[in-house]
Design a binder for this molecule. Structure first.
Ligand code: SF4
Ligand code: SF4
Length: 180
């Protein structure tokens, strides 16, 4: 992510300078439709609800809560709700709801990011992009992750890898191997 790379460089590299047109990010990931790209929003309006994405989704096929088709329909429902609010109250109006009023964390974390849904869509819609951006919001803004991922994150922070071993010990398995 360019926004993350830029922020880390500015924090950790004393010689780094911000480009003249640099605008610090106000947040990471997507909490609501305002945070999605125009392509995401057009995808939501373009979905034919054919269900080909959900029929190839491994999470859906193994009984998980996730349906990429529903992700697109929920995004459209929220987008239409925001549109009605703007018509009624003006462009600056914000209600109490957001995309998480429609899409649950359980659905988002069920995704394996295999990309099969995007591959199967006849009109090149990308449900995975919305899922990943909403997960980014949970992780980077809310520090909300499933416990298994939290463990992996702390290992990466401490060891530079998702395993429980220090980097210096990483090749011990090779040194101890019996070659006889
Ligand atoms: S990327 Fe996620 S939503 Fe899409 S098919 Fe794979 S598991 Fe399902
Ligand atoms: S395959 Fe594409 S058009 Fe069909 S339901 Fe899924 S996202 Fe919508």
């Amino acid at each position: 992510m360019n926004s993350v790379t830029q922020e880390v460089k500015l924090m950790l590299d004393p010689s780094a300078t911000a480009p003249a047109d640099y605008i610090p990010p106000v947040g990471f990931g997507a909490k609501d439709v305002y945070d999605l790209t125009w392509k995401n929003l057009m995808d939501a309006y373009s979905c034919t609800e054919c269900g080909r994405c959900s029929s190839v989704c491994p999470a859906n096929q193994t009984g998980k809560l996730l349906s990429p088709r529903k992700i697109m329909m929920d995004t459209r429902d929220r987008l239409e709700e925001v549109g009605r609010n703007i018509d009624k109250h003006g462009a600056d109006f914000r209600d109490e709801k957001n995309l998480f009023s429609y899409i649950t964390e359980e659905e988002l974390w069920a995704c394996t990011s295999c990309n099969a849904c995007t591959d199967a869509c006849p009109v090149n819609i990308d449900p995975l992009n919305i899922i990943i951006d909403m997960r980014r919001y949970l992780v980077m803004e809310q520090s909300k992750v499933p416990s298994g991922l939290a463990t992996m994150f702390s290992k990466i922070e401490n060891n530079g890898a998702p395993w429980q071993f220090a980097q210096a010990d990483r090749f011990q398995w090779a040194e101890n191997i019996n070659t006889d």
